[in-house]
Design a protein around this ligand. Structure first.
Ligand SMILES: C[S@@+](CC[C@H](N)C(=O)[O-])C[C@H]1O[C@@H](n2cnc3c(N)ncnc32)[C@H](O)[C@@H]1O
Ligand code: SF4
Length: 292
């Protein structure tokens, strides 16, 4: 039995709506993909963290758009690292990270979740529009060498299991954790698990139900092990209980708060009104988050 939260458990901070990739499946975390760039300011992020740091939050995840298109992202991660005890993650396509940024981030506890659609050069390029597979492999090598934790995120876009098998082989070869995310918004993607579970079973030595809609498989091949997480989105069954157990709130660059990725929100934090008002708005939103 999971513990009931009385506040948001995870914050997903969207530091920009812009991206340099063109992934066809991208939900952009519920943000508009119009022409105007929304970019979160470091000063606002700092106020927000200062307001929230005593709340029972366990994780903060940076996302976007591509977070590294926001020039203040490293300062934000460093600030969260120094001023909170929360777990810190960053979803990124890794394409724009400089050596200097890698060096600075190696001194923080950030973990990267890398958008990695295919373990194949041509498919990778086609899927991302502008991405280079070999560049990303180089980036992964550098980031790992710097000691930054890293995992792969892959959106399952079809029932072609050849791609999934390639990804699993890649994850085992490089001993990288892999998250498989059935595409939200694609008809039939709730059924992909019926094909993927048997694949994982072939090499699995342990499987655990995380209770938040995710199954965690430990897989092993030729003495190498890795972890594969299959995330069955609560959106597929409109399972509000599971969603509340996960307890994740999206915070847009202008501090609009979005409890559900499939629904827009009109609640916006006014940071100028201070800490108490911000916490009150966040608490109200949590207490109202009872329906999809
Ligand atoms: C929107 S991206 C933004 C951060 C960064 N650009 C990246 O791709 O990691 C955040 C995460 O959402 C996932 N994602 C995007 N569209 C999705 C969809 N339709 N269904 C499930 N996951 C999706 C991506 O694979 C990525 O792991
Ligand atoms: S890299 Fe991330 S934000 Fe950019 S298009 Fe792909 S999934 Fe969307």
């Amino acid at each position: 039995m999971m513990k009931e939260h009385d506040f948001w458990n995870k914050l997903r901070i969207l530091v920009t709506n812009k991206c340099n990739y063109r992934c066809p499946f991208c939900h952009n975390e519920g943000q508009d993909k119009d022409n105007s760039a929304d970019v979160m300011k470091l000063t606002d992020f700092i106020s927000f963290v200062d307001f929230m740091k005593d709340q029972p939050i366990s994780e903060l995840h940076f996302s976007g758009g591509e977070p590294f298109l926001n020039h203040e992202i490293v300062d934000m991660i460093e600030y969260a690292d120094k001023n909170t005890t929360w777990g810190i993650g960053c979803a990124t396509n890794l394409s724009r990270l400089t050596d200097e940024q890698i060096h600075r981030l190696a001194n923080t506890r950030v973990k990267f979740n890398i958008q990695f659609p295919y373990a194949d050069k041509d498919d990778f390029h086609k899927s991302t529009g502008t991405g280079s597979y070999s560049h990303i492999i180089e980036q992964i090598t550098k980031v790992k060498k710097a000691g930054i934790r890293i995992g792969l995120n892959s959106v399952v876009q079809s029932d072609d299991m050849k791609h999934i098998q390639n990804l699993i082989n890649f994850a085992i070869k490089y001993q990288l954790p892999l998250k498989l995310l059935p595409q939200i918004g694609l008809d039939g993607s709730d059924k992909f698990k019926e094909l993927i579970y048997p694949l994982l079973k072939e090499t699995s030595i342990e499987v655990k139900d995380k209770g938040t809609g995710a199954l965690r498989w430990i897989i092993e091949k030729e003495d190498k092990q890795t972890v594969v997480l299959y995330i069955d989105s609560p959106c597929f069954d409109k399972d509000i209980t599971e969603c509340r157990e996960f307890g994740e709130l999206r915070v847009h660059p202008d501090f609009t708060l979005q409890p559900c990725i499939l629904r827009s929100s009109n609640v916006r934090l006014n940071l100028q009104e201070g800490k108490e008002k911000a916490i009150e708005q966040m608490t109200c939103l949590w207490n109202d988050f009872k329906h999809c």
